[in-house]
Design a protein around this ligand. Structure first.
Ligand code: FES
Length: 79
């Protein structure tokens, strides 16, 4: 399987309102960390997740977190 593109080696820290979001897993989106449809034609699909409440979170942009869509620190060890 193709590797995702590393959009950035740092998380996007942002306050998300309660609701549903589509996390970009391919790394090609120009609306990081969210899907903008650029995965089309690849095996990647956005990861839909839901926030139960308004909360400040660190959303993974390196696309290698084991806890996606959230940053787990994996970006620090990427080449
Ligand atoms: Fe991906 Fe931190 S930005 S693990």
């Amino acid at each position: 399987m193709d590797q995702p593109k590393i959009a950035a080696k740092r998380p996007a820290v942002m306050e998300l309102k309660a609701g549903k979001y589509a996390y970009c897993t391919c790394g090609q989106s120009e609306n990081q960390p969210f899907c903008d449809g650029r995965h089309a034609g690849s095996a990647f699909r956005p990861q839909v997740f839901e926030m139960a409440e308004d909360k400040t979170v660190a959303v993974c942009q390196c696309k290698h977190s084991k806890g996606a869509p959230f940053c787990d620190g994996t970006h620090a060890g990427l080449d």
